[in-house]
Design a protein around this ligand. Structure first.
Ligand SMILES: CSCCC(=O)C(=O)COP(=O)(O)O
Ligand SMILES: [Mg+2]
Length: 261
């Protein structure tokens, strides 16, 4: 088995979710289709609620920022004049969400609505989050060795907590010390990793970030964060240069903590 030694200065392990702790297939085949199939009904049912209105307002603001993009879908304000007008606005929100999802966009607006929609499915028990089988034992071991474990995903913090609270292995939220999402900044921007370190109260070189996306690994590395790229079944392939440049692991069990036995 390949072993990657974790530098002694590392005290925090920061984990991506999709493609790292969790199969991309779970996200693409279960989480995302749930949104596409239910978004219209969700909006119709929850439209009058404060939370739903905040989600729509954020999506509308994002749509304004996206107006220069090819295929962008604007979201008009509701005039308050009748059911037809309301249905027109709801359809625009649906089309905007589907357009963003077709591009796998990671905007805070999209991720916030998705998190609110998944809440019902997870709480009803009709959806359970999948984790690769090495993840939970490894995280337990790291914590026993004194490591802190944080999550940094484009999925909203609320959605992340749903995944850890409703997994196929039960409620495992206590394995995580804290969560970050795109509200702290985008995962391909190095400043996000500096802000995360500052929020945790450590230096960037105390963090080891595990992700499947090399652009995220490069951004973290630029901020002096240690990185390893996680190669999982179903992940996008890496170029030969990426394979040579980055430390690669195929399972969390390949990480060796000098402080553990
Ligand atoms: C709570 S994760 C839901 C999946 C998701 O929406 C997503 O964008 C995953 O992105 P990641 O940064 O974990 O690769
Ligand atoms: Mg990922």
């Amino acid at each position: 088995m390949v072993v990657l030694s974790v530098p002694a200065e590392v005290t925090v392990i920061l984990l991506d979710i999709e493609g790292t702790t969790t199969p991309i297939a779970f996200v693409k085949d279960i989480l995302f289709p749930y949104i596409k199939e239910n978004v219209k009904e969700y909006l119709q049912t929850h439209w009058e609620e404060e939370e739903c209105q905040q989600d729509v307002n954020l999506l509308r603001k994002q749509a304004e920022e996206d107006s220069h993009l090819d295929g962008a879908v604007p979201i008009p304000a509701a005039s308050g004049n009748g059911a037809d007008d309301l249905q027109r606005v709801i359809q625009a929100v649906v089309d905007n969400v589907c357009w963003q999802m077709s591009l796998d966009r990671k905007t805070t607006a999209l991720k916030q609505l998705q998190g609110h929609m998944w809440r019902a499915a997870f709480k009803a028990g009709s959806m359970k989050a999948e984790f690769f089988e090495d993840v939970i034992p490894a995280v337990r071991k790291w914590r026993e060795a004194g490591m802190k474990v944080y999550i940094y995903s484009s999925g909203s913090v609320e959605a992340q907590k749903l995944l850890f609270g409703h997994s196929t292995e039960g409620d495992i939220h206590e394995l995580v010390d804290g969560h970050f999402d795109t509200k702290i900044g985008h995962k391909v921007e190095s400043e996000s990793y500096r802000k995360i370190a500052s929020s945790i109260g450590c230096s960037t070189n105390n963090i080891l970030f595990l992700t499947d996306v090399t652009r995220e690994a490069s951004a973290a590395e630029e901020a002096d964060v240690h990185v390893a790229v996680v190669v999982r079944p179903g992940n996008a392939g890496l170029t030969d240069d990426e394979k040579t440049y980055f430390s690669l692991i195929t399972s969390f069990s390949e990480l060796y903590l000098p402080s553990s036995t």
